[in-house]
Design a protein around this ligand. Structure first.
Ligand code: COA
Length: 329
């Protein structure tokens, strides 16, 4: 097996305190707790309130990760924030986090790869630390999807939530523990199935010719579902086959949390028992780029990952993009 690269020294997460339940949604659109639970597995999600923003969530998650890692902000070489819902189009969330942390030495940029953003960002960090294992890189997935959600569209508004997760990455201590492989994919031919057009340069704000719905997330759910199950299985198998590992040798699978039925499908295809698959979608819904780092942080806190464990992270999102990262913990 290839030598390990990026090693995670510490993780953190931040969730807004406001909880929006399925019962709350029943009062907002024509839906039911039963429908949402059966079709998605979601029971509640977190929504930002006054004074909360993407960069604040990202900074809080980062502080927790740095503290657990025992790394000071001045020691960071690079900050990468995966997001599709930045505070502003300019500057990036990453520089706001850099400033808030006082990470003066760090370069900083945002990365746009939708729900695969965290795994894309982790794979970039992996390349940087393979070049120089002493580097310290902060990798964050952070989203405020609630501000890009059409609260009149029941087919999307029940799905998403806000939150952030962070990981402090450095080189493998021994060549055994850390990232073993990364696989990134995209298919732009299907971009139109999942979009957030408004406020892009083709869709300027307040243009009366642009339909209101285009300022929010739009999705052809059934089509996205079909692509997601296919792509996530393929990229999971790609990771396992490249590493010469059988699915049964995995200790934990952390899939992107978009729909419990997608997660279940993947679990069955890999023939994994439920205890080897991390699920928190019932609490947070789909938090896009934040979903995997939040799940990783919770998995650690719950003692679901211990030294030497083999963990596979798998994502799928708009674009389409999909990715996997295989790690020895
Ligand atoms: N409450 C009640 N009914 C709803 C509803 C809601 N919130 N949303 C849709 N419906 C209705 C539809 O109008 C449709 O009614 P009809 O049969 O009378 O036309 C019916 O439920 C079935 O809709 P459909 O879209 O086929 O449901 P589904 O089983 O595909 O589930 C999703 C919808 C969105 C949950 C599912 O397609 C999905 O999870 N897709 C992938 C999402 C994803 O992964 N997205 C992001 C990638 S990161």
């Amino acid at each position: 097996m290839r030598k390990a690269g990026a090693f995670i020294l510490g993780t953190g997460r931040a969730l807004p305190s406001r909880v929006l339940t399925n019962q709350d949604l029943e009062r907002m659109v024509d839906t039911s707790d039963e429908w949402i639970t059966q079709r998605t597995g979601i029971k509640e999600r977190r929504i930002v309130g006054e004074g909360e923003s993407n960069s604040r969530l990202a900074t809080t998650a980062a502080r927790r990760a740095l503290s657990r890692a025992g790394v000071s902000p001045e020691d960071l070489d690079l900050i990468i924030v995966a997001t599709l819902t930045p505070d502003y189009l300019m500057p990036s969330v990453a520089v706001l986090v850099q400033q808030a942390l006082g990470a003066r030495r760090a370069g900083a940029f945002d990365l746009s790869a939708t729900c695969s953003g965290f795994l894309y960002a982790l794979s970039i960090a992996d390349k940087f630390v393979r070049e120089d294992p002493k580097r310290k890189i902060l990798v964050i997935g952070s989203e405020v999807l609630s501000h890009k959600t059409n609260w009149e569209d029941r087919t999307t508004c029940v799905l998403f939530g806000d939150g952030a997760g962070a990981a402090v990455v450095t080189g493998s201590p021994d060549g055994e523990r850390g990232v073993l492989s990364t696989h990134l994919h995209a298919d732009g031919s299907l971009w139109h199935l999942l979009t957030l057009k408004g406020c892009g340069s083709l869709y300027p704000p307040c243009d009366p010719r642009i339909p209101r719905e285009d300022y929010f997330i739009r999705m052809q759910g059934r089509e996205v579902f079909k692509q997601a199950v296919r792509a996530m299985e393929a990229v999971a198998m790609e990771a396992l086959e490249t590493a010469g590992v059988a699915p049964g040798e995995l200790d934990l699978l952390i899939p992107h949390q978009a729909n419990i039925r997608i997660i279940e499908y993947l679990r069955e295809r890999l023939e994994l028992p439920p205890e080897k698959v991390f699920v928190n979608i019932h609490r947070y819904g789909n938090t896009s780029a934040a979903s995997i780092p939040i799940a990783l942080d919770e998995a650690l806190e719950e003692g679901r990952l211990k030294e030497g464990d083999l963990v596979l992270m798998v994502s799928f999102g708009g674009g389409f993009t999909w990715a996997s990262v295989l790690m020895r913990w």
